[in-house]
Design a protein. Structure first.
Length: 257
């Protein structure tokens, strides 16, 4: 870092209009790669593999969080890749990124007590602070996108288009989530009460949605636990494995823990 650069405050350097190479690497790492890794290896936030009655802390918001994150990550990559060539869409991207910053911060606050507890358990709780870093990445790039048109930090942002982007970030996941939930509920009902061929087809469809419908699939586990007929019980067990790739007895043990 040059002597001139060192005289500029840390936070001013972080929010300069033109990013450094190091900032680009940081933003991809914590704005895309780390959140994806957290979703994949998540044990307690959206997926309940350990404790909490077999349910994630924020399980009911799982699909919403996934879709919001997917939109925010996509916009971040577009912005980092070709932000200099964007015009009107820069304001829309700014709204999405600023909204994504808010959602990431809320998730971080929601799991903060468990993150603090987790630090004392082999330090794994430190990963619970990644949403705050992701929020920072989205905030920084959202601000840059707002100010990009005239290349000056004194330029008034285009609030109207940014607001549309902000609203789209929430509207698209909500509408999509409702459609997916309705489809999953109908397919699950077919799995439980449909004839053999229809139930197998529905199970195959649910296989591609199992990562966002774990709470709904617990209904199948509960019916399996209450079922007395051995052949019917075996059928439910087979279809649960077809949907999730896992043993229903394992899930039942987790729910009863």
């Amino acid at each position: 870092m040059s002597q001139t650069e060192s005289k500029v405050g840390f936070w001013r350097r972080q929010f300069r209009t033109k990013p450094t190479h190091g900032q680009l690497v940081f933003d991809i790492l914590f704005g895309v790669a780390s959140p994806v890794a957290c979703f994949v290896f998540d044990p307690i936030v959206f997926k309940g593999q350990f404790g909490f009655g077999g349910h994630g802390l924020l399980e009911e918001y799982q699909l919403f969080a996934y879709l919001v994150s997917a939109l925010a990550m996509t916009c971040l990559l577009v912005w980092l890749g070709c932000g200099g060539q964007l015009r009107v869409s820069a304001d829309l991207i700014a709204g999405v990124l600023l909204g994504g910053a808010g959602v990431s911060a809320v998730i971080g606050v929601a799991i903060l007590p468990f993150s603090l507890i987790g630090i004392s358990f082999m330090g794994i709780g430190i990963f619970g602070f990644i949403p705050f870093i992701t929020a920072f990445v989205y905030l920084r790039n959202g601000r840059r996108a707002l100010l990009a048109k005239r290349g000056s930090s004194s330029c008034p942002p285009r609030i109207g288009l940014a607001s549309i982007g902000f609203l789209l970030l929430f509207a698209v996941p909500v509408v999509s989530g409702l459609c997916v939930s309705m489809f999953a509920a109908k397919a699950l009902n077919t799995v439980l009460y449909g004839d053999g061929r229809s139930a197998d087809l529905a199970a195959e469809q649910l296989h591609y949605l199992s990562f966002v419908s774990s709470a709904d699939l617990d209904k199948l586990v509960q019916i399996y636990a209450a079922e007395k007929e051995p052949s019917r019980k075996q059928e439910l067990k087979r279809r649960y494995r077809q949907i999730t790739g896992e043993d229903i007895e394992t899930r039942l043990a987790i729910l009863n823990d």
